[in-house]
Ligand binder design. Structure first.
Ligand SMILES: [Zn+2]
Length: 91
């Protein structure tokens, strides 16, 4: 039982060391980046936005730009911002 406790402590120390080493190397590698993204919350937010950025498409009827996931496309392949503009363009 005594050995089990020491084993748990040893594993905890090893895990802690590996985490510390990982965060240290990550910090060194991204040192110039950290200045922009780490300390500046706006820069970090911009990076997150870039990752979540979605393709923008233009409505064939009114010309507004909007995310592709919200688009309504006609049988001909034209993209519209709403069902109404699809109907207006096809009529
Ligand atoms: Zn439209």
């Amino acid at each position: 039982m005594k050995y089990l406790i020491w084993l748990v402590i040893a594993v905890a120390v090893v895990v802690w060391f590996q985490r510390a080493k990982k965060s240290m190397t990550a910090g060194a590698a991204s040192a110039p980046d950290r200045e922009g993204a780490g300390r500046n919350p706006f820069a970090r937010r911009r990076n997150e936005n870039k990752q979540q950025a979605e393709a923008m498409v233009q409505c064939a009827h009114c010309g507004i730009h909007f995310p592709a996931s919200e688009s309504v496309s006609s049988a001909a392949g034209a993209v519209f911002c709403s069902e109404e503009h699809l109907r207006l363009a096809s009529s």
